[in-house]
Design a protein around this ligand. Sequence first.
Ligand SMILES: [Zn+2]
Length: 132
Amino acid sequence: MEGMTTICPQCGSGKLSPCQGSKPVKCDECEWTGTDRQLIKVPIPKNPNSLEIDQDGALEIAKHISKQYMLLLYKDASQVLGRCILQAGLVGKQDSKNLGRMIKAACVGAHQSTLLEAESISREYDTGRLLS
Ligand SMILES: [Zn+2]
């Protein structure tokens, strides 16, 4: 049987630590705390670098990685992107509504492009030719 791993039900991170009290598990990446039973159990894919979708488990992991990446983008990149958008003059400093829309679009774009590239890289590994 394949090995199993557990991931955070909120952000999909595998970085989980034991903690005290009625909720004995906490996630190192987000604020989630809970019990072992609440954790999502997924089989470890044979090639953890691949995002192949022919196995439900691999698809589940890919979904969680994707979601976590999006959360990290929003959390860590929003300020930087907002500053770039303002400095480039794409939107006025007072127009916080449209600035918010642009930051969201930038995060979504970065997210999609990265995942597409990860897929290409994975395909190149599969076919044995890796382009630089
Ligand atoms: Zn988490």
